[in-house]
Ligand binder design. Structure first.
Ligand SMILES: Cc1cc2nc3c(=O)[nH]c(=O)nc-3n(C[C@H](O)[C@H](O)[C@H](O)COP(=O)(O)OP(=O)(O)OC[C@H]3O[C@@H](n4cnc5c(N)ncnc54)[C@H](O)[C@@H]3O)c2cc1C
Length: 471
């Protein structure tokens, strides 16, 4: 079946949605926004994806956001302040404490190694140590501490490990796991790519971009003017936002092409252009990625070997003095350790989801207050039939038989009033009709508020320019 503009605009039918939602596993379950609008009625030619999954990091109480960013006016040294050991009892880790590439898996890994080294310098042999959080930072730290002979207990609030890395394994819905959190690797992620190789995890290259409006293909939007505006703004006496830097350079951030590029920056950094610093700018999206096509949980589980793991154990209180640290677990238990390594996300620290006694030093509280927690949401859609992507059929090809391998994998939606402007098309690399939408900044927060039906409709409507062949 070839998907036409008419069919896609009809959107998803309510009957099928119930089946689709069996594969939609946001965690923890989002509280759907009360929705009084009528349920769309399916019609015989309505298209629906065969599988649908979405994230809800913005509302997830154990994340409260997706990735930290440096807001305009904040110094990157805030991250170093957050990484300072406290009385040689508390050691903070997690992507927000890394100033090299915050908001990434590489940052989480590096921060786990750094905090473990700090703790080991203070610890005596065989000490009892707790790690709060079994994400990549916590698991990396635990691995290092176990290797040095410490007795390590990892407390994880969820009933799974991985944190903001979350592979949804559901063989009926997905030919390979849907990744609702961190999953795309760049060339510099050597250590992580090595772990994937060691575990024989299948990967796919993601490359080539396609920019399209409802009128058809538009020219690729270059990131060079953004880089130039950042470079100029970095010469200024005060930090300016990315939006102001672009405006000062004569660009119009609301121009549809530039807006689509800024949306893709928000979808990878979590920050909108009006809040992102130019002195410490977000990492611009890469041209090429490596996507894992497997469950990433074993990567984290492997690192946790040798540590005692306590799942479904949210820590609510950390009391510390010169003798040691006492942890209050939400179940009411209280446990004592020599030292504690904390990896909870910045969003959790900002919300005071973890109480400290005594309060954290001013330097740490200032950093928590100053740094920003960005919003990113992702949606996975699988279709039974090929999507129409790049070009009309070439000579010799019939409709629906375009050369998938030649299709660009990174799609940008230019113009229109849509929720999700950045899409990864997994068809060229995998042969599966799967597209992954990524949305960041305020648009992600808005998307997270939608109930599942509305989120699915918004995703399908966003994809519209890519579901019809250009004229
Ligand atoms: C949608 C999305 C897309 C992303 N895409 C990419 C990407 O393509 N490439 C990339 O490099 N990075 C990406 N990232 C970022 C990357 O996933 C994170 O930077 C990284 O996984 C963070 O690891 P962490 O260990 O610092 O934090 P987390 O993984 O959040 O680990 C912290 C752990 O602490 C637990 N916790 C929280 N509160 C408590 C408590 N009170 N008690 C006990 N445990 C608690 C949490 O449940 C969690 O398991 C993405 C993130 C998101 C959300």
């Amino acid at each position: 079946m070839r998907i036409t503009r008419r069919t896609l605009l009809i959107g998803a039918g309510a009957g099928v949605l119930g089946v689709l939602l069996a594969s939609c596993t946001p965690e923890p379950a989002p509280s759907p926004t009360p929705d009084r609008s009528p349920t769309p009625k399916p019609t015989s030619d309505a298209i629906t994806p065969a599988a649908f999954a979405r994230s809800s990091w913005s509302t997830d109480p154990f994340a409260l956001g997706a990735a930290s960013f440096t807001p305009v006016g904040t110094q990157a040294t805030a991250r170093d302040a957050l990484a300072e050991p406290i009385d040689d009892r508390l050691f903070l880790s997690g992507e927000a404490t890394d100033s090299e590439a915050p908001g990434t898996m590489a940052a989480a890994l590096r921060s786990g190694e750094r905090a473990a080294e700090q703790l080991l310098r203070a610890a005596d042999a065989g000490e009892r140590v707790a790690v709060i959080g079994a994400g990549l930072a916590g698991a990396t730290a635990a691995s290092r501490l176990v290797a040095d002979g410490l007795q390590v207990t990892v407390f994880e609030a969820r009933d799974r490990v991985g944190g903001r890395i979350h592979s949804v394994v559901d063989d009926k819905a997905w030919p390979f796991p849907a990744q609702l959190g961190g999953w795309l690797f760049v060339a510099s992620d050597n250590a992580l790519l090595d772990s994937l190789n060691a575990l024989d995890i299948r990967t796919a290259p993601i490359a080539g971009s396609l920019w399209r409006s409802s009128e058809g293909d538009v020219g690729a939007v270059s990131a060079e003017p953004v880089q130039a505006a950042i470079a100029t703004a970095q010469q200024g006496l005060t930090d300016t936002s990315l939006e102001d830097a672009l405006t000062a350079a004569g660009a119009d951030p609301t121009e549809p092409g530039l807006a689509a590029l800024l949306a893709s920056i928000a979808a990878s950094s979590g920050a909108d252009a009006d809040e992102a610093s130019t002195w410490f700018p977000p990492i611009l999206p890469a041209d090429e990625y490596t996507a894992p096509l497997a469950d990433l949980t074993p990567v984290v589980e492997g690192l946790l070997e040798g540590a005692k793991l306590s799942l479904s154990s949210p820590v609510s209180r950390v009391a510390y003095d010169e003798a040691g640290v006492s942890l209050g677990i939400a179940s009411g238990e209280s446990l004592s350790f020599d030292r504690v390594l904390i990896t909870v996300p910045l969003g959790v620290l900002k919300s005071e989801g973890l109480q400290f006694a005594p309060a954290l030093p001013f330097g740490h509280r200032g950093a928590i207050d100053d740094l920003g927690m960005g919003r990113i949401e992702t949606v996975w859609l699988r279709f039974d039939d090929p999507l129409i992507a790049a070009t009309p059929p070439a000579e010799g090809e019939t409709e629906g038989e375009t050369d998938a391998a030649a299709e660009p994998a990174i799609w940008h939606v230019v113009g229109g009033d849509v929720s999700i402007r950045t899409w990864i098309n997994l068809a060229p690399a995998t042969g599966e009709n799967i597209v992954v939408g990524l949305v960041g900044g305020d648009a992600a927060a808005d998307f997270a508020e939608l109930d599942d039906q509305k989120a699915l409709e918004a995703a399908i409507a966003s994809l519209a320019p890519f579901l019809t062949a250009p004229a």
